[in-house]
Design a protein around this ligand. Structure first.
Ligand SMILES: [Zn+2]
Length: 314
C-alpha cells in the first residue's frame, strides 16, 4: 500500500462521523480582482493561462452584471502550455472567442508552433476553443468518451485521436501522459501528467471550488472519490486544477476527504428520506468550505437532484 493511501486511511480513522475537523479551505476567488487573461510560470517549461476574471460570463450575464448569483469573479478553465524543443503542447483551449488571447499569451513565452491540444474533458469553458485551433491542422487528443461528449452536444473540435485508459504524446524528447482513471466530473475525464516535472493537470476533477457532478455527461460522485484515490497514486507534487491556482498533494487529500464526507452526509439524508429540498442545509456546506465558491450555484442548479438520487441508491 502506498504511503498516500495509508495516510488517507489514517485520516479516515481519525475523522469521527459527526465532527469534521479539517482546516478551512482558502478560496482564492474571494480575493481575486476582475482582470484579463494572464500567463504564469508553473515550472521550467510549463506555464498556465488563467482568466479572464469576471463576474459576468458570456450568455448567462444577468442585468445586475452577475452570471451566477454570487459576488465572486469567475474564470474559464485553466490552460497549461508545455514547451518542448520541437513545439508546444496545449492542455485545453477555453471558449472559442478566447483563443486569440490564448495565442497572444503563448507567443510571449515561445515562438514555436502548437503541435497538440490535449483535453481534460469536453466542457465548453475548457475545450470549445478546439474548434478554432483545429483549423490550423494540429492534433487533438482526448478520452474516447470526451469525443462522444463533444458529438453529443454538437460542439466542433472533437479529439481526432482518442484513448481508453492511457496515452502518451512524445514531442521534442518530452513525454506528456494522459490517464483516464475513472468517472467523476464526467465520464471522459483525463488527468494530464508531466512525469519529468512531477506535475499533473487534473481538469475539473480538482478545482478551487465545490465539485460539480455533470450527470448529463456521465459524472458520478461515488466513483469521483475513487478516481481521486487513483490520482493520488500518481507521483506528483504540483497540480493544476480545472479552475484556480496551483495546488499540492495535501490540497488534493483535503479535497478528497471533504468530498467523501459530503457523500456520507448525502447518503444518510437520502436514505433517511429527507426531501431533496431540505438536504442542502443539513449538508453543512460551510463546514466543508463549499458554501460560497465559483461552482456552488452550478452545483445547486444541476447536480443536487441527481446527486441525491445517486446517493439514495447506494
Ligand atoms: Zn467541467
Amino acid at each position: 500500500m502506498s504511503p498516500y493511501l495509508k495516510n488517507l486511511l489514517l485520516i479516515g480513522l481519525l475523522l469521527s462521523p459527526s465532527v469534521f475537523s479539517q482546516p478551512p479551505l482558502r478560496h482564492e476567488q474571494e480575493d481575486i480582482p476582475e482582470g484579463p487573461m494572464q500567463i504564469e510560470r508553473v515550472k521550467d517549461g510549463l506555464y498556465m493561462i488563467r482568466g479572464p476574471f469576471t463576474r459576468c460570463m458570456r450568455a448567462i450575464c444577468t442585468p445586475d452584471g452577475r452570471s451566477y448569483g454570487d459576488d465572486l469573479n469567475h474564470e474559464t478553465g485553466d490552460v497549461a502550455v508545455r514547451v518542448t524543443p520541437a513545439g508546444l503542447i496545449l492542455i485545453d483551449s477555453k471558449f472559442n472567442d478566447q483563443v486569440d488571447d490564448i495565442l497572444a499569451l503563448v507567443r510571449t513565452i515561445s515562438p514555436l508552433p502548437i503541435k497538440y491540444v490535449l483535453n481534460t474533458h469536453h466542457h465548453p469553458d475548457h475545450a470549445q476553443g478546439n474548434g478554432v485551433l483545429q483549423t490550423t491542422g494540429l492534433d487533438i487528443v482526448g478520452h474516447k468518451n470526451t469525443r462522444a461528449n463533444f458529438l453529443n452536444i454538437g460542439q466542433p473540435g472533437e479529439p481526432n485521436i482518442v484513448f481508453d485508459r492511457e496515452a502518451s504524446v512524445f514531442l521534442g524528447g518530452i513525454e506528456v501522459r494522459m490517464y483516464h482513471i475513472g468517472r467523476g466530473h464526467t465520464d471522459g475525464d483525463s488527468v494530464i501528467y508531466f512525469p519529468d516535472l512531477s506535475t499533473v493537470h487534473a481538469g475539473d476533477l480538482i478545482i478551487d471550488g465545490m465539485p460539480f457532478i455533470d450527470y448529463s455527461s456521465g459524472g458520478s460522485a461515488v466513483e469521483w472519490v475513487e478516481t481521486i484515490d487513483a490520482l493520488l497514486e500518481i507521483d506528483f507534487d504540483t497540480l493544476i486544477p480545472g479552475h484556480g491556482w496551483i495546488m499540492n498533494k495535501e490540497d488534493v487529500v483535503a479535497y478528497r476527504y471533504r468530498f467523501a464526507e459530503m457523500n456520507r452526509r448525502m447518503q444518510e439524508l437520502a436514505q433517511q428520506g429527507v426531501p431533496v429540498d431540505q438536504v442542502v442545509e443539513a449538508l453543512q456546506l460551510e463546514e466543508l468550505g463549499w458554501e460560497n465558491t465559483v461552482s456552488t450555484s452550478t452545483w445547486l442548479n444541476n447536480s443536487l437532484v441527481p446527486y441525491y438520487n445517486e446517493m439514495a441508491a447506494q
